[in-house]
Write a protein that binds this ligand. Structure first.
Ligand code: ZN
Length: 466
């Protein structure tokens, strides 16, 4: 049995003539109860309003959920009944195809409609979808055309929820919220985790536009969605410029996307407890030092043996060396040398710009390809093959981009060493580490005097990146 990490709840209001549809709140409550019984953590609740009761095709949040399943941010789905999920056989097959492509088999219905994991279950689902499709109205074409037109004109979709950052018209910016989104993007690019940003927001007094708690996937979308750069998304694809103004620059969003991609590739990491992980080298053998606590003392040590290949003859206590390096970093942030080094960085940023162009060209091509597929001009297998090729290339460039974009980690901290010093201990480890890594390439730790009880600062030789 697989462990579910991020379940989705899907609910839909339908304006169908029968009028027997359960209210969305009831649907969601029932799903939450089921999730609790199953022990599935809920990552997100996707709710669509009646705009798509008949076609089942143009439900922005349903599409968003499919995207999240494809991108593996969702690994299970809870729905009240099959009717809420889909009423059309074609769409049922599409849903099934997306699930199997993503390796997701955990779909549960409150009414126990069917089991997606089995052939029998699929058969039942197909029959039910076929029955439901007969009951659907004939207004689908009209609704479809209307929604396509709204999207093509770049106007916002008709959902009831206003997006964070916007007024109820979904066009006018709310300055205070826009400022938060920009800050989130800057801090994320500077190395802070989505989780720590969520904690920060939940401790503040700015609630999300829906729900009462900030969740990481909401923050992820805020700083990475096409909406944030003034683009209109429709059926999971970018259809063109939107009528609202961008909140983030394309460059900012590309950096966010590059980091998200990088994180996805490197998987989940254990929470960081060592400020200088990966940044220290042994002064005897030049190998990297590893964090290795002994009883209550945190230490960095040179490790011998096949996995590490160090000499195994050097140890330094973590606390004093972290303090010393942090101090040196804060001091350096205020020096003229740093400003000069940054000027040199501007040249490097030209390469970055070229890489970004390539990445965004690839992203456009992906969107184009998806549009071809959506309009049935190419079959799914061709779409998937072409997509893999482009995505691989894009990932490689994004990785290079990620390595090249370290200057951005200094957003808002250059010349702020003095101010940062007073709050340093209040910053979380992610943020501290991002600041250190932005200007320190590594530090060499020289051998110490045996028996010394304090850190001799001459043992630490920082090598600055900037
Ligand atoms: Zn060594």
């Amino acid at each position: 049995m697989r462990t579910i990490k991020a379940a989705a709840i899907y609910a839909r209001i339908s304006s169908d003539a029968e009028g027997t549809g359960k209210g969305v709140e009831r649907q969601i409550e029932d799903c939450r109860r089921l999730a609790a019984e199953l022990g599935w953590p809920i990552a997100e609740e996707y709710v669509d309003n009646d705009i798509s009761a008949y076609t089942g095709k143009h439900r922005p949040n349903y599409q968003r959920m499919l995207t999240d399943i494809t991108e593996a941010t969702i690994d299970a789905v809870l729905v009240y009944n099959l009717d809420r999920l889909t009423r059309r056989p074609v769409e049922f097959e599409e849903f099934n195809a997306i699930l199997s492509a993503a390796g997701v088999t955990d779909v549960r219905f409150v009414t126990g409609d069917m089991d997606f994991g089995t052939q029998d279950g699929l058969l039942i689902g197909r029959i039910q979808a076929a029955v439901a499709s007969n009951a659907s109205g004939k207004t689908s074409e009209r609704i479809k055309r209307k929604l396509d037109q709204v999207a093509a004109e770049g106007r916002p979709h008709g959902g009831a929820q206003r997006p964070f950052g916007f007024d109820a018209d979904k066009i006018t910016h709310r300055p205070a919220e826009v400022a938060i989104i920009r800050q989130l993007a800057d801090r994320f690019v500077a190395g802070e985790s989505l989780r720590s940003l969520a904690v920060w927001l939940n401790n503040g007094n700015m609630p999300p536009s829906t729900g009462d708690q900030w969740r990481t996937n909401v923050i992820r979308r805020l700083i990475s969605s096409p909406r944030s750069v003034g683009l209109r998304e429709h059926r999971g694809e970018i259809v063109g410029p939107a009528v609202w103004d961008p909140i983030l620059t394309t460059e900012q969003r590309d950096r966010v996307l590059a980091i998200l991609e990088d994180k996805k590739n490197s998987g989940r990491r254990a929470p960081r407890r060592y400020l200088l992980s990966g940044l220290l080298r042994c002064g005897r053998c030049e190998e990297r030092l590893y964090s290795a606590p002994r009883k209550t003392t945190r230490r960095y040590v040179c490790m011998a043996g096949p996995d590490h290949g160090g000499c195994g003859r050097l140890t330094v206590v973590a606390g004093p060396v972290e303090e010393f390096i942090a101090d040196a970093v804060l001091y350096r942030l205020d020096t003229p040398e740093l400003a000069e080094a940054l000027a040199g960085r501007a040249r490097q940023d030209e390469d970055t710009a070229r890489l970004m162009e390539r990445v965004s060209a690839d992203r456009e091509q992906l969107a184009e390809l998806a549009a071809h597929y959506a309009e049935r001009r190419i079959p799914m297998n061709e779409w998937l093959t072409a997509r893999t090729i482009i995505e691989d290339r894009m990932k490689a460039n994004e990785r290079r981009l990620r390595q090249a974009t370290n200057t951005s980690q200094l957003t808002g901290v250059i010349g702020q060493g003095g101010a940062l010093r007073t709050q340093w201990t209040n910053l979380n480890l992610d943020r501290q580490s991002a600041i250190v890594k932005a200007i320190l390439d590594h530090a060499v730790i020289l051998p110490g005097t045996p028996g010394a009880t304090t850190l001799d600062h001459d043992r630490v030789k920082p090598v600055w990146r900037l």
